[in-house]
Ligand binder design. Structure first.
Ligand SMILES: Cc1ncc(COP(=O)(O)O)c(C=O)c1O
Length: 388
């Protein structure tokens, strides 16, 4: 596991639950990671879609430093201006009538709360998810994650009834989503499942069916949200408003935080003590959320994502790549050979870091939004030099 590191870990005190890349990172700047042995690695994976602004963004660091010096923490029992500002900024960024924010710490926690709200408010027992989904590792989020029960779920039973709809199957939506359904949870662009855009007809059909049977539609935009598709959220890209939306990862651009956004009919049912968390909505997280939205908007980063992603789609179908899928910088490069081999070759031979996915023939690109055309050229040249 540590074969390529120049230092030996003093002892193995970390839970052995992650396979790790042979990459000895000491720091990062812009879209590059620097390693101890002097390599400069182009990071097109961004720490599982978190490093949306790359590394060492000066405005992000200034906001982090400023907030830490002024007030590093206070709980939700204390009203804070920075928290109110972050909620206003984020809900405005989203639009979509999702005007209430509940701040939490991780994507799984956001989904856990969304599902709890849906089950409580509808008094129903079933949640529908989509094949290929990933929603997190906790009890409820894991229960709606495709394949978790067979691989790692671990709880003796799911906390509610779960059914999965095959991707793109409109007839299955009619059959499976009914008056017993509390919620449908879906990533509009699947991440772990293979950078796969589920498309307008499927998502509109979910919206219509949920409205018809009074089930709540939850968009999990933990990975595809916060500008990654070139729009604030994939919901904006499709013009489809869910009843709830969860987001995390790029939300803090490296500072751990997440949010659940709620439409008014759902938010208006909440009262004191229905939900809670210690760290969620802390001042550091809120300063980051406010600043990340500000940087995305003021630096025109969504336009950059759309432009540079298009360049990638236009030029990177070379070497082992046969096509592209996904949206913006949740882009899948479909490969003729196993994606893990292409990913390894890009890292070992060309110092380019990419990801894989649940689809063994998709290399996943989760690039920082500040990526430039020259970096796409670097990727294209590297791919072109690999065996087809
Ligand atoms: C779409 C989606 N939902 C939820 C999660 C879980 O987020 P977290 O790891 O922050 O709990 C992830 C993580 O990869 C994700 O991609």
């Amino acid at each position: 596991m540590h074969a390529a590191l120049s230092w030996a870990p003093p002892a193995d005190h970390l839970a052995p639950v992650y396979t790790q890349w042979p990459l000895d990172v000491v720091d990062g700047c812009g879209v590059y990671l620097n390693t101890r042995d002097g390599r400069k690695v182009l990071d097109l994976y961004g720490g599982h879609a978190v490093a949306a602004l790359g590394y060492s963004h000066p405005r992000l660091l200034a906001a982090l430093d400023g907030q830490a010096r002024s007030l590093i923490f206070q709980s939700n029992a204390v009203p804070l201006e920075v928290r109110a500002r972050a909620a206003l900024r984020l809900t405005r960024f989203a639009g979509l009538g999702l005007d209430t924010a509940f701040f939490v710490n991780s994507g799984a926690e956001a989904n856990e709360n969304a599902l709890k709200i849906a089950l409580r408010s509808t008094k129903r027992r079933k949640v529908v998810a989509v094949e290929g989904s990933f929603h997190g590792r906790t009890a409820a989020a894991g229960a709606v994650t495709w394949g978790a029960a067979q691989k790692w779920y671990g709880f003796p039973q799911a906390p509610f009834v779960v059914e999965f709809v095959p991707r793109g199957d409109l007839a299955a939506i009619e059959r499976i989503v009914g008056t017993d359904t509390a919620a449908v949870i879906v990533e509009p662009v699947q991440g772990v499942g293979g950078a796969l855009d589920l498309g307008a007809p499927f998502l509109s059909a979910l919206r219509s069916r949920c409205t018809a049977v009074r089930a709540l539609l939850v968009f999990d935009e933990v990975q595809c949200g916060m500008g990654r598709t070139g729009f604030p959220f994939a919901a904006n890209m499709y013009g489809i408003a869910p009843d709830m939306l969860t987001t995390a990862k790029a939300l803090g651009a490296g500072f751990p935080c997440a949010a659940l956004l709620l439409a008014d009919p759902v938010a208006s049912q909440l009262k004191a003590d229905d939900l809670g968390t210690t760290f969620g909505g802390g001042p550091m997280a809120c300063a980051m959320i406010e600043t990340v939205v500000d940087i995305i908007e003021s630096e025109g980063l969504m336009a950059n994502v759309r432009k540079v992603s298009q360049q990638m789609r236009d030029t990177c179908v070379v070497g082992p790549v046969t096509g592209t899928q996904g949206a913006g910088f949740l882009l899948g490069l479909r490969t003729r050979r196993p994606a893990k081999d292409v990913q390894r070759e890009l890292l070992e031979q060309h110092d380019i870091l990419t990801g894989t996915s649940g689809d063994p023939h998709v290399v996943r690109v989760l690039a920082p939004y500040v990526l430039e055309p020259q970096h796409v050229e670097q990727l294209r040249d590297a791919l072109a030099s690999l065996p087809a």
